[in-house]
Design a protein around this ligand. Structure first.
Ligand code: GLC
Length: 532
């Protein structure tokens, strides 16, 4: 296979606080991840992306960075990180870090200086503006976590802008000194050997220069959350962001393809498909993979999925490589959205579509959202607008490894509660149950690895009727058919003529697929992969 690793490979997202505690404080850490590398290698993934591990006051659990070039002591040390990198690479696992360039922590020395006086040389590293004529905020922009995105600084008599919490001031990316400092941060980690970055809220980096009011959102309803009061027309996705994304790419590319292959950049971008595509780069290359989050919000219906896939495929620029995501640390888990039976079908979809898949830790266990009582809620997103169900704690709960105390995650009470079904839903137990979703994931990843048609082959839709979604993947002489039953009733699929006599590679329900002549009979919630 000649495709670069980030096209043929599979990425696994680790939320480090919740993966494995290695020092007995109830929180996951780098040593813990190191202890689980054999698990990850056995699962068959190619790269891990670790959510932020830098020194941080943890107001937004690490997405508020106080030092871009170190490791938070709660996660370990730089030496621990280097050791993890070495051990991961020894197993053929690449390591991607989370780069958070849009904002720092308000405790970052840059911001401490910036707010110290209007004359400070770092004043212009952040976005300071005078009050409006009435003394209120400079414009109507709303924080993604609710409330005005402007915070008044009494001492210097100006407002500063924060797209998220007031403890996360936005950096001024129009300032060349900020750009240079942040590019140096990327080099710092590339020099240490990291294989790439997932770039946090990339489309937020540049705001309209004169800070015009955002237009009101006609579709706003209070249940959606305060951030939806206005459309983020002027506060995000400005044309000048693309030069920055291209510069980041040039830095990644300057590390060449020596040794382990290309360094990869993945952009976190929540935008409609046509705008998302710009982040592949039009004049110069930008992101290798602008995250495609559509499956997270998709209507679970064959025709809707088929349209979504076709529209996305058609919108890709020449050479643009697709990617798919079922869940992450910000969104409800796939098992919570679609139930256990369809979580298996969704796994087959994710791992057989054309494009790089990103798995979210514990989705391979079929972990669902864990209800978190108000008094145990930790996520500021949930706490700032309680009652709307916006909190992200339920999707960030500890990985359950075995039947021992605290599910083998920690030796003490974990920072967030375990899933209540952990005595059955844990790695050790599921590894011995041939019907478990964990072993289905193992099989899917093995079939994918053994078949270039799945990893890098062409895609063609075969059917999208009622609850049946079927497509084929083809590479050279290899031709695979994937047929998914998205519902709980039996379905029939007329197989293409060339597929008669095809061989079954895998069924999500673990039984031999039923094929009568040229008709595939799909059982309830069954997905199958056939080799034609
Ligand atoms: C991204 C992260 C999210 C974080 C936000 C602010 O959306 O995924 O967890 O809260 O950025 O950094």
């Amino acid at each position: 296979m000649t495709a670069p690793w980030w096209q043929s490979g599979v990425i696994y997202q680790i939320y480090p606080r919740s993966f494995q505690d290695g020092n007995g404080d109830g929180m996951g850490d780098l040593r813990g991840i190191g202890q689980r590398l054999d698990y990850l290698a056995g699962l068959g993934i190619d790269a891990i992306w670790i959510s932020p591990i830098y020194p941080s006051p943890m107001v937004d659990f690490g997405y508020d960075v106080a030092d871009y070039r170190d490791i938070d002591p709660r996660f370990g040390t730089l030496a621990d990180f280097d050791a993890l990198l070495t051990h991961a690479h020894a197993r053929g696992i690449r390591v991607l870090l989370d780069f958070v360039p849009n904002h720092s922590s308000d405790r970052h020395p840059w911001f401490v200086e910036s707010r110290s006086s209007r004359e400070n040389p770092k004043r212009d590293w952040y976005l300071w503006r005078d009050a409006a004529a009435d003394g209120g905020p400079p414009n109507n922009w709303v924080s993604d976590f609710g409330g005005s995105a402007w915070e008044w600084d009494e001492a210097t008599g100006q407002y500063y802008y924060h797209a998220f919490l007031k403890e996360q001031p936005d950096l001024n990316w129009r300032n060349p000194a900020v750009q240079a400092a942040m590019y140096d941060v990327m080099r710092f980690w590339f020099d240490r050997g990291v294989d790439g970055f997932r770039i946090d809220v990339l489309w937020h980096l540049i705001k309209a220069e004169v800070f015009p009011d955002n237009p009101p959102n006609a579709a706003y309803h209070p249940a959606l959350g305060d951030m939806h009061r206005v459309l983020q027309l002027h506060s995000t996705d400005q044309p000048e962001v693309h030069a920055i994304a291209a510069e980041m790419r040039a830095i990644a590319d300057s590390y060449g393809s020596a040794g382990r292959g290309e360094r990869v950049l993945i952009g976190e971008i929540y935008l409609p498909v046509d705008r998302l595509m710009h982040y592949y780069g039009r004049e110069r290359p930008e992101m290798h993979l602008p995250f495609n989050f559509q499956l997270i919000e998709a209507v679970w219906e064959a025709r809707a999925l088929a349209t979504l896939i076709a529209t996305y495929e058609a919108a890709l620029p020449p050479g643009g490589w697709p990617n798919w995501v079922l869940g992450n640390h910000d969104r409800p888990r796939v098992a919570a959205r679609h139930g256990q039976a369809q979580a298996r079908v969704a796994a087959m979809l994710l791992l057989t579509l054309r494009g790089t898949p990103t798995l979210y830790y514990a989705d391979e266990l079929g972990m669902s959202d864990v209800p978190i009582p108000l008094e145990q809620m930790r996520d500021p997103r949930g706490l700032r607008e309680p009652g709307l169900g916006l909190g992200r704690d339920p999707v960030r709960t500890p990985m359950s490894w075995d039947g021992s105390a605290h599910a083998g995650f920690s030796t003490v009470e974990p920072w967030l509660p375990l899933n209540s079904d952990w005595p059955a839903r844990n790695v050790a137990r599921m590894m011995t149950d041939p019907a478990s979703i964990l072993l289905l994931y193992h099989q899917l990843l093995a079939v994918r690895r053994a078949h270039p048609a799945l990893a890098i082959g062409d895609f063609a839709l075969l059917a999208s009727d009622g609850d049946v979604l079927a497509y084929e993947r083809r590479e050279g002489a290899q031709r695979l058919i994937v047929a998914l039953n998205l519902g709980g009733r039996r379905q029939r699929l007329q197989l293409p003529r060339e597929a008669t006599g095809c061989r079954s590679l895998l069924s999500t329900i673990g039984a031999a697929p039923l094929i009568e002549n040229d008709v595939l009979l799909l059982r309830a919630d069954e997905g199958v992969i056939l080799a034609a």
